[in-house]
Design a protein around this ligand. Structure first.
Ligand code: FMN
Length: 269
């Protein structure tokens, strides 16, 4: 015989109450954890910027990361003119508020690329980019640039750091992608990344010359200074890295700005 407690009404009440309690817990957790997530995301970004710039000590504490990051200067660059602009030109009150992803997707601050222009597979190119600079004695000594491009499965987002000559690589690192672990995700392998420091971006005609070589780079080749070993079993991701390097170092990317850095015309930070 079924008791009154087993009635359909009671079952529904218990189920609904459980749903309400659970959704309140999940929503509260989401709201309460949001500031921690934002903080961790910001710290992660700072770590990635510093890592690509070769400025992240091993086992750095959060405080050390913050302190070192505070020594670098964020600026907004107009990619068309290569000049610095105030953040309000790009629609933001401060450099800190500048949101690169929104600037990329907003038609007012970005343009669609034709397939022949779009060698990095990014579809739209923003007019304004946030760069980070390190100066010594009033001269730029490191230029940290956001770069991105399509690999095999995903867009790879990273930072490339060049010396003040705007040509020699200090470091390249990706902080977001969905390439396959063990294949395309080997872009994160420290031994692969170790090939980049000291490589040059431009050839004698100031054309972007980065090349990912299947097999190993021949150190005696005249192009060795622009070349890095490809990723074994992941030629498509490697091609994506080559393409994004050539795109962002080219005239649609940071080339105009880098010319100013090289000429000593961008030290007004
Ligand atoms: C499950 C799976 C995942 C793969 N992931 C990647 C990847 O992340 N990046 C990549 O370039 N190739 C990846 N490949 C391999 C490509 O399909 C392609 O074979 C490879 O890029 C060719 O490189 P190779 O000439 O060095 O062999 C994957 C293949 C399979 C079956």
């Amino acid at each position: 015989m079924s008791s009154a407690n087993d009635s359909i009404k009671n079952v529904i009440i218990v189920a609904l109450s459980l749903c309400i309690v659970c959704s309140v817990i999940v929503s509260a957790a989401a709201v309460l954890l949001k500031p921690i997530q934002v903080k961790n995301k910001t710290l992660n970004l700072k770590e990635n910027v510093l890592r690509s710039a070769g400025m992240l000590p091993e086992n750095a504490t959060k405080k050390e990361i913050e302190q070192i990051f505070d020594t670098i200067i964020p600026k907004i660059v107009d990619l068309e003119t290569g000049e610095y602009v105030e953040p309000d030109v790009a629609g933001y009150a401060t450099v800190g508020n500048f949101d690169q992803k929104k600037v990329q997707s907003n038609p007012a601050t970005s343009k669609a690329l034709s397939s022949s222009e779009d060698i990095a597979g990014i579809k739209r190119r923003e007019r304004y980019a946030k760069v980070y600079l390190v100066t010594e004695d009033g001269q730029i000594s490191r230029v940290i640039l956001p770069v991105r491009g399509y690999g095999l499965w995903s867009t790879l987002y990273g930072y490339l750091t060049l010396k003040g000559d705007a040509d020699t690589v200090i470091g390249l690192g990706f902080y977001d992608h969905k390439e396959t672990p063990g294949l395309g995700a080997e872009v994160d392998n420290p031994s692969w990344k170790a090939q980049w420091p000291g490589k040059e971006i431009y050839n004698d005609n100031w054309q972007p010359a980065t090349t990912l070589v299947k097999g190993n780079v021949n150190p005696n080749s005249p192009t060795a200074k622009y070349s890095v070993d490809s990723l074994s079993g992941a030629t498509l991701t490697a091609k994506g890295v080559e393409n994004l390097m050539r795109y962002w170092m080219g005239p649609s990317g940071f080339k105009t700005f880098l010319e100013k850095v090289r000429a000593g015309e961008a030290n007004n930070v």
